[in-house]
Design a protein around this ligand. Structure first.
Ligand SMILES: Nc1ncnc2c1ncn2[C@@H]1O[C@H](COP(=O)(O)OP(=O)(O)O)[C@@H](O)[C@H]1O
Ligand SMILES: [Mg+2]
Length: 259
């Protein structure tokens, strides 16, 4: 039984001139409990739209989405979405940002601080509890966003290019940390990235999307042992394969851009 089931969904928007924009069409996939799924695809192929639909922020135009056998009809507490931009509350310090959902649940301060500290430790930010977002680097802010998402204790963690704005070293460090968290907390993760290397480093399975309209084009299971070595022949082989598929997609649509 699939944990997350996307069943033949489509999403159509009205464009600026009231024209129909088909963002997603005939899109289906399943995700098992505890899987680390990565989604890659060209800009504008509908990755963000897909995550917003899974999170229940929007409804598909056709088709349906089910989480643990329950239809997703709106925002629900099983799912949390982390965006690329560090979407922290600027006036709250680290621990109060992480505590936000616990506060909403009316959990007493002492208990919520205790819980929040666990996640702050987990993302390597112990000692920064009282810092305000503007005092932190981009990488640290994104760690706070992840700790805040985890404190909410979702079954499904959705991440939309969360490390896209970070330099390579920080990105690599956060990738390793996220894997550690995933292994420890046993979450199901759907991670969107345009970075092939990142997808191969993280995923148990990679879905490649095609654009116009957005749909799943290809699926690759990544069986390489962890921690993965970016320079190993197995890693490079998967990299070349994905590169080829994406180039075909881009050529088919006559695009100059890459991802
Ligand atoms: N609210 C909206 N209104 C109109 N068009 C939208 C809206 N959201 C997304 N789109 C369009 O849907 C397509 C997919 O967008 P998006 O999901 O952001 O792609 P990606 O995240 O893969 O870059 C794009 O053509 C985009 O312009
Ligand atoms: Mg996007």
């Amino acid at each position: 039984m699939s944990f997350l089931r996307i069943n033949n969904i489509g999403k159509t928007f009205l464009g600026e001139r009231k024209e129909k924009v088909i963002a997603l069409s005939d899109l289906s996939f399943d995700c098992q409990d505890g899987e680390f799924l990565c989604i890659v695809g060209p800009t504008g192929c509908g990755k963000t739209t897909l995550l917003r639909l899974i999170a229940g922020l929007e409804r598909p135009s056709v088709g349906d989405i089910a989480l643990a056998n329950t239809p997703v009809l709106g925002l629900n507490r099983e799912t949390t979405l982390v965006f690329q931009q560090y979407s922290l509350f600027p006036w709250r310090n680290v621990i109060d940002n992480v505590c936000f959902s616990l506060e909403m649940k009316k959990i007493p301060k002492k208990t919520r601080y205790l819980k929040a500290r666990k996640f702050i430790d987990l993302v390597g930010l112990a000692g920064f509890e009282k810092a305000l977002p503007y005092e932190l680097s981009g990488g640290m802010q994104q760690r706070v966003a992840i700790a805040r998402a985890l404190a909410h204790n979702p079954k499904l963690l959705l991440l939309d290019e969360p490390f896209g704005a970070l330099d390579e070293r920080t990105r690599h460090r956060l990738q390793a940390e996220l894997l550690g968290v995933w292994q420890k907390e046993r979450k199901t993760v759907v991670f969107v990235t345009h970075n092939i290397d990142e997808a191969i480093f993280l995923a148990s399975r990679i879905l490649i999307m095609r654009d116009r309209p957005g749909r799943i084009d290809y699926e690759i299971k990544v069986d390489l042992p962890r921690p993965r070595d970016r320079r190993s022949p197995g890693f490079l082989k998967v990299h070349i394969k994905i590169r080829e598929i994406l180039e075909q997609i881009l050529t088919a649509n006559n695009k100059e851009s890459t991802l």
